[in-house]
Design a protein around this ligand. Structure first.
Ligand SMILES: O=C(O)C1=C[C@@H](OP(=O)(O)O)[C@@H](O)[C@H](O)C1
Ligand SMILES: C=C(OP(=O)(O)O)C(=O)O
Length: 412
């Protein structure tokens, strides 16, 4: 299975290209709802976007004077958290809104941070408005980023363009998804912006230019995880080519999780292959760093042998939907055993001796691409499971239904 580009790398590359000191090209750009929203927003703000007529995954961006705009964030965390600092650098009024559920996703932290950095912000959640003056005073700000790593990444991506640069101090429970912050820091370094991370929970960026870069986007490993999970539950083999040897994508960790659950995992000549075992084993895992993989891993645990405990993921209550509640409701609806803990899920696998077993029924997607793919994984081995709204996978992988059908040998 060849996977399209990473959502997280694409949307970082697009933002950095928009703020750069010259034109950039992004190759292997993911084209999906989240990334098209980002492109549309940057264009509305005054960035020239040119899509290569020969390949819509090659996109060039020419930065221009940023001005007022209306921005649709959809349900994309990367748009609603990465673009407010960019809006603050625009001259004019920038209005942000999004899907109904986006209006309840955590947002206050980054808006308060911008206020602290000298930006005029009206509102605390979507919809909100930023009155940009073309410059941000910047300086030091203290935030609680335990709700989302994207608060840190969003500020860092623009921080070098603030007059006094940026110092972020995190105070509060641990920040989740830290590999995604490493991704931000690494991509900024490629664009010539050094982030000083020598003090824990503190990020320092000096003011300076963001260099134009020709980016090449890695395949999306979190989306690959759903296909690899298909091998795990069916005992089949799935291969994903162009698996990066070194990456900041947290999705890469699916390889270790699958191995721990009993799969045979091999990385050979850049292709990751996974063969499922006769019986999948339950696991006890802290997923704080790789929360994005939770729906996939929870689907595996619901089919495994034995108890699983997934912890460190209280922040998933603020994702596309409350994922802890949604997974509990849907696994239970199919006859499985799943309960919420303070910071995660306890699941007794259907494959256990005396385990609950699963039956058919409708699996609800809650407009959440990863809930939809989790239902597809369970449906592979549970007769009569129908996933509602599989099209919601277009958030990060519009071709999911066709790719899934091709993988299982059905009609595309
Ligand atoms: O910066 C990013 O690209 C992301 C960070 C993570 O967000 P949280 O820290 O809110 O979990 C992750 O779950 C999301 O899918 C993508
Ligand atoms: C949490 C996710 O997305 P977002 O970027 O919208 O936060 C996700 O893709 O799992």
């Amino acid at each position: 299975m060849e996977l399209p580009g990473s959502k997280s790398i694409t949307n970082r590359a697009l933002v950095l290209a928009a703020l750069a000191d010259g034109p950039s090209t992004v190759r292997g750009t993911l084209r999906s709802r989240d990334t098209n929203l980002m492109l549309g927003a940057l264009q509305a703000l005054g960035v020239e976007v040119r899509v290569d007529p020969a390949s819509d995954t090659t996109v060039s961006l020419v930065p221009g004077r940023l001005h007022g705009a209306d921005i649709d964030c959809g349900l994309a965390g990367t748009v609603m958290r990465f673009l407010p600092p960019v809006g603050a650098l625009a001259e004019g009024r920038v209005r942000f809104d999004g899907d109904p559920h986006a209006r309840v996703r955590p947002q206050t932290t980054i808006l308060d941070a911008l206020r602290g950095l000298g930006v005029a912000v009206t509102g605390d959640r979507l919809p909100f408005t930023i009155d940009g003056t073309g410059r941000v005073p910047g300086g030091e700000v203290t935030i609680d980023a335990s709700g989302s790593s994207q608060f840190v990444s969003g500020l860092l991506l623009s921080g070098a363009r603030f007059d006094a640069g940026l110092v972020i101090r995190h105070v509060g429970p641990p920040v989740p998804s830290t590999p995604h912050i490493d991704m931000t820091v690494e991509m900024l370094a490629t664009a010539g912006v050094e982030v000083d991370t020598s003090e824990p929970d503190v990020w320092r960026v000096a003011p300076g230019p963001i260099r134009a870069v020709d980016w090449t986007v890695e395949p999306d490993l979190s989306n690959a995880a759903a296909f690899l999970a298909a091998a795990a539950v069916t005992g089949g083999i799935v291969r994903v080519p162009y698996w990066p040897a070194v990456t900041t994508q947290p999705g890469a960790r699916i390889a270790d999780v699958l191995a721990e659950m009993g799969c045979t995992v091999e990385l050979l000549d850049g292709t990751l292959s996974v063969r499922g075992p006769a019986v999948l084993k339950g696991v006890h895992l802290d997923l704080r760093d790789i929360g994005e993989l939770t729906p996939t891993i929870a689907a595996l645990c619901a089919l495994a042998d034995g108890e699983s405990e997934l912890s460190g993921i209280a922040h998933l209550r603020g994702h596309e939907t409350d994922r802890l509640a949604a997974l509990t409701t849907e696994i239970t609806r199919l006859g499985g055993s799943c309960e919420e803990t303070d910071d995660g899920l306890r699941i007794t696998g259907a494959g256990s001796a005396g385990g609950p077993g699963l039956h058919g029924g409708t699996w609800h997607s809650y407009a959440d691409h990863r809930m939809a793919t989790a239902g597809a994984i369970i449906g592979l081995v549970t007769p009569g499971v129908a996933v509602d709204d599989i099209e919601t996978t277009s958030k990060t992988l519009p071709d999911f239904p066709a790719m899934w059908n091709e993988m299982i040998g059905g009609t595309p």
